[in-house]
Ligand binder design. Structure first.
Ligand SMILES: [Zn+2]
Ligand SMILES: [Zn+2]
Length: 320
């Protein structure tokens, strides 16, 4: 059973990719939503039957509520604005400033579908990989990105706990680059669908065996290292869909058991609400990254929480 979960997720992806390619649905968004629901059902079932960490299964209502609101904000607001307004505007500006871009034939449309898919995944991931690395180096970007790293436990919905600005730079570095390279729309949508399936599975708190899949895909085995409290361990596996570029640039870290605890040292979501937590994570973590004193207001938040979730995780974490 442990070996069957990820191939099932890949089967969901393959059906979604075929649906996009063959235009089975009038709009690709319907395929993406169906793939999301199917993968979420698979991940939630695997977490119940095969929990990876029992202590990670205890998620407060406040945390779940913030994750749901974050998902809703990304799907209902951020993604449509990026797709319908920002990217088309930037694309038309880029094409009018550099019309030769369209004549470069940067996408290998003449090659087989598998080669086109692989080329698109690697091209999208190259920009995304470097933006993600920068987000761990720049104090301002880390303040924004840290909203994703705050939770001291991982489960399938964590993949959508993403600051809208983080989502914007990720999409511009991946999807927009594909569009600039004249990638056909159905191939772009196939890459986006892979992001939906992998994004759910790589945060899933299920004891799934990935083995050989770890060589290419951004699996939960690998992504847990990226969420490690230990900053040295967390400086690894920046890839989202694939760890291909991690292997090329020397940031690949492998191991099924994973780190002792995940989150940010001495920090945890304040669980005051979606917008409050976005702001608190930004202020607290960008300041810490700059080495300045923690602001009085965030210190006040900490004082109401004598032991951070991350510390509790280190103290009581038990691998199931
Ligand atoms: Zn990160
Ligand atoms: Zn993550």
């Amino acid at each position: 059973m442990r070996w069957g979960v990820f191939p099932t997720a890949l089967t969901i992806y393959t059906v979604a990719a075929a649906a996009i390619r063959s235009h089975w649905f009038p709009r690709p968004e319907l395929v993406l939503m169906s793939a999301l629901l199917a993968t979420a059902a698979l991940a939630a079932a695997a977490e119940r039957v095969l929990p990876f960490r029992l202590d990670w299964a205890r998620i407060s209502d406040e945390e779940r509520q913030i994750d749901r609101k974050s998902w809703l904000a990304l799907v209902a607001l951020v993604d449509p604005v990026l797709k319908l307004v920002i990217m088309p505007t930037l694309l038309s500006l880029a094409m009018s400033a550099a019309p030769w871009l369209g004549r470069l034939r940067l996408f290998p449309s003449d090659l087989s579908l598998l080669v086109q898919w692989l080329y698109a995944v690697l091209l999208a991931e190259l920009g995304s990989y470097w933006m993600h690395r920068f987000a761990h180096e720049s104090a301002t970007m880390w303040g924004i990105h840290s909203f994703h790293h705050n939770p001291a436990r991982l489960y399938w919905l964590n993949g959508f706990r993403v600051n809208p600005l983080n989502m914007a730079w990720h999409q511009l570095a991946s999807v927009f680059v594909l569009k600039l390279a004249s990638t056909p729309d159905d191939i772009v949508q196939m890459v986006v669908a892979l992001g939906v399936v992998i994004g759910v599975m790589q945060h899933c708190n299920a004891d799934v065996r990935y083995d050989g899949w770890n060589q290419f895909f951004g699996t939960a085995d690998l992504h847990r290292w990226h969420h490690a409290v230990d900053a040295t361990e967390a400086r690894s596996n920046f890839g989202t869909l694939t760890v291909f570029w991690d292997r090329i640039f020397g940031t690949y870290k492998h191991g099924h058991v994973g780190p002792t605890c995940v989150g940010i040292d001495g920090d945890a979501p304040a669980n005051r609400g979606y917008l409050s937590d976005l702001w608190i994570a930004y202020r607290r973590n960008s300041d810490r990254a700059r080495g300045t004193a923690i602001l009085a207001e965030t210190a006040e938040v900490s004082s109401t929480r004598p032991t951070s979730a991350a510390t509790r995780c280190c103290a009581t974490g038990v691998h199931n």
